[in-house]
Design a protein around this ligand. Structure first.
Ligand code: PMP
Length: 301
């Protein structure tokens, strides 16, 4: 039986139910996180990745949506560890905390309601391919902007935009979408940040280009700099994708995923790039606690 953190305690899954009248379900006003924990077979241990950072981002999101819950960030970290232990998990998982307005009331607003948090886990290997490389298409759907539904927030309603672009990409025979913002610059994938490599320099859109401020994006920047690469945060024009030496996606789910084709044009020589693979290699070691310098990214469960 699987346990879920719901209304202040760990309960069996069949007891973690919300009403059809729940306010956030109607208006998409829930904020959530996607966190990973990895299982190390050799040590027979689970390692949680960036637990605190994800809950800090969740609290920033809650602040913008005017939500308050009873639990603190440190308590949520402990609850998540307890949840994993209680479920006796020994494989790579995704953890989904979600904060929602629980009132059974009609009206889309951010005041006068009560918020609650639920946390559950599910097994997750690779969300998208990390070995052969993925095919991407530039989406005809534009990214939301900060004055509509801020992409900085992991807010449920914003993922309608992701769903449009991801679906379009799949129907076009690709694996992922690359979404441009209203100004026409590259923002990100449907659920991952993007980097391009040109002349051994990494380039990624700035946080003001309608992206989610990805935690993996931050980690990749650290790794790249530590490997001695220059990293530039600036606008990326669409055709730079076509002429880039390498392109990759990154995210908690996506991890580090090479892009080998964009809009039917091969990226570089059509194989995962050298620098992408170098970063990927360090990333996968780091998330399993094998690199001393990055040990503070993970916690033992
Ligand atoms: N952009 C979007 C739209 C996402 O949903 C995600 C996944 N959370 C990311 C980027 C990557 O963010 P992170 O590295 O924090 O998982």
């Amino acid at each position: 039986m699987e346990y879920i953190y719901f209304e202040g305690k760990l309960v069996p899954e069949n007891e973690a139910k919300i009403s059809i009248k729940t306010n956030s379900f109607h208006y998409g006003t829930a904020v959530f996180e996607g966190i990973r924990a990895y299982y190390d077979h050799e040590k027979d241990k689970m390692y949680g990745l960036f637990f605190k950072e994800h809950y800090q981002r969740l609290f920033q999101n809650m602040k913008v949506l005017n939500m308050k819950i009873d639990e603190s960030i440190d308590q949520l970290v402990d609850i998540t560890k307890e949840l994993i232990r209680k479920n006796n998990i020994k494989n790579d998982i995704y953890i989904r905390p979600i904060v929602y307005f629980c009132d059974l009331k009609i009206s889309p607003k951010l005041i006068g309601y009560n918020a609650k948090i639920a946390i559950y886990t599910y097994p997750l290997g690779d969300y998208i391919d990390i070995n052969q490389g993925v095919k991407a298409v530039v989406s005809s759907w534009k990214r939301l902007n900060d004055n509509m539904i801020p992409p900085r927030l992991k807010v449920a309603g914003a993922y309608v935009n992701s769903a449009f672009s991801k679906t379009e990409a799949i129907l076009a025979g690709a694996d992922e979408a690359i979404v441009l913002n209203e100004k026409g610059f590259v923002s990100e994938g449907s659920a991952e940040n993007i980097f391009i490599v040109r002349n051994e320099k990494l380039i990624t859109p700035p946080v003001s280009d309608d992206i989610l401020e990805g935690i993996t994006r931050w980690a990749v920047i650290q790794i790249a700099k530590d490997l001695g690469y220059k990293v530039e945060e600036r606008h990326i024009a669409r055709t730079e994708l076509y002429v880039a030496d390498e392109v990759f996606f990154c995210g908690t789910g996506a991890q580090v995923s090479p892009v080998v084709e964009i809009d039917h044009r091969s990226v570089g020589d059509g194989k995962p790039g050298k620098i992408t693979k170098e970063i990927q290699n360090v990333y996968f070691k780091a998330v399993k606690g094998k690199i001393e310098k990055y040990k503070n990214w993970i916690i033992e469960i």
